[in-house]
Ligand binder design. Structure first.
Ligand code: SF4
Length: 358
């Protein structure tokens, strides 16, 4: 049986798909690919914040749930330290739960309104055996709360309705920090809290990265949030990763028409540049899986060509570290071909070394 490998990536998402069967009035079944062959690696070091950006219904939350081991993928695999999450034994599952921590969107939905909010911290400390006396428990809680810019006296002993959404969300960050995880999967963590405290929350995640080496997957529909966090970004469109690279590469040189549309939708804070024309956006239904052999964006894309409705676009290399799945970039090298030739080179080097040793 495979063991956990400490030098393997903490989370390695390989070609993961999630297909949902949607009931219809007739006998015909409809299948929707919420996530369609997505791959993603989250390493322990160097700690990074990876942004996963897409509109509502693009499959972000489904992908987050798959990565957290809450939803099994239909195809593909999620490896934790080199071992499939579905095959983790009890001990390894605890290790996974400690090192891969979620932060959900609704700051109130995760608390039981009948219990004090710091109960979430108490349970974590107890379940993971982090302290052995009441004094130690209080000291740990207070330290974690201060690290997320909360005063312990303002939080300990309070009920959820006595705190703001931003405070509740930061208590969740404090709970996470108690465990010193390697990865935080944060699903739209700031979309339901006041604009004024959003930046504070994001700064805490940046602090976690810099002070405690904690990486995060920041799932958001908001490009401005991704820009603030910096680092790598993946654009998800109808369940597919259509473009990825460093955020500055994508903002300065967006290669996929969908990314270009997302950027064009950001209002310019300049009164001299008024919106005089409406954005030309076609609203279309989500493509079904039986159409999976074409570009998911074809129905909306202003540059669609015949090939876009006949084949699934492969990933092309726009520049180093910047990839796009779009036929507009057919003149660029394909990722699969570059990987094959790199593999062939490595194989040839190995053979040459072996013969040299002989
Ligand atoms: Fe548009 Fe074709 Fe590119 Fe899809 S592959 S985004 S339809 S140009």
């Amino acid at each position: 049986m495979t063991e956990l490998k400490e030098n393997a990536p903490v989370l390695d998402v390989r070609n993961v798909s999630k297909i949902f069967n949607i009931p219809t009035p007739g006998f015909e079944r409809q299948y929707i690919a919420a996530v369609d062959q997505v791959s993603l690696i989250l390493q322990e070091k160097p700690a990074k914040i990876v942004s996963l950006v897409g509109e509502s219904g693009s499959g972000k939350t489904t992908l987050a749930r798959i990565m957290l081991g809450l939803t099994p993928p239909t195809r593909g695999e999620v490896l934790y330290k080199g071992k499939q999450v579905a095959e983790l034994n009890k001990e390894e599952w605890w290790d996974f739960r400690r090192n891969v921590q979620p932060i959900f969107q609704d700051p109130f939905g995760i608390y039981n309104p009948f219990y004090r909010v710091d109960r979430a911290l108490d349970i974590t400390i107890k379940n993971f055996g982090l302290a052995s006396s009441n004094d130690e428990i209080y000291a740990l809680k207070a330290e974690a709360l201060r690290a997320v810019d909360l005063r312990p006296d303002d939080v300990i002993g309070r009920y959820p309705h006595q705190l703001s959404g931003g405070q509740c969300q930061r208590v969740m960050l404090a709970r996470t920090l108690l465990l010193r995880p390697k990865i935080i999967v944060a699903d739209e963590p700031v979309s339901m809290i006041d604009v004024a405290v959003r930046m504070l929350f994001l700064n805490i995640l940046l602090d976690f990265r810099d002070k405690y080496d904690i990486s995060s997957l920041m799932i958001t529909h908001d490009l401005a949030t991704a820009y603030y966090m910096g680092g790598p970004m993946v654009v998800l469109c109808f369940g597919r990763a259509v473009e990825s690279g460093d955020i500055m590469q994508l903002l300065n040189n967006p290669a996929h028409p969908y990314t270009q549309q997302l950027l064009a939708a950001i209002p310019t804070p300049d009164p001299t540049q008024r919106w005089e024309t409406r954005a030309n956006v076609k609203i279309t239904d989500r493509p079904l899986t039986h159409e999976g052999k074409k570009c998911v964006y074809a129905a909306r894309c202003p540059y669609a060509m015949p090939i876009c409705s006949q084949q699934r676009p492969p990933d092309y290399i726009v520049e180093e570290g910047h990839y796009v799945a779009c036929f507009l970039h057919q003149d660029k090298p394909k990722v699969s071909e570059v990987m094959m030739s790199a593999k062939a080179t490595r194989r040839a080097e190995k053979v040459a070394r072996t013969h040299g040793e002989d």
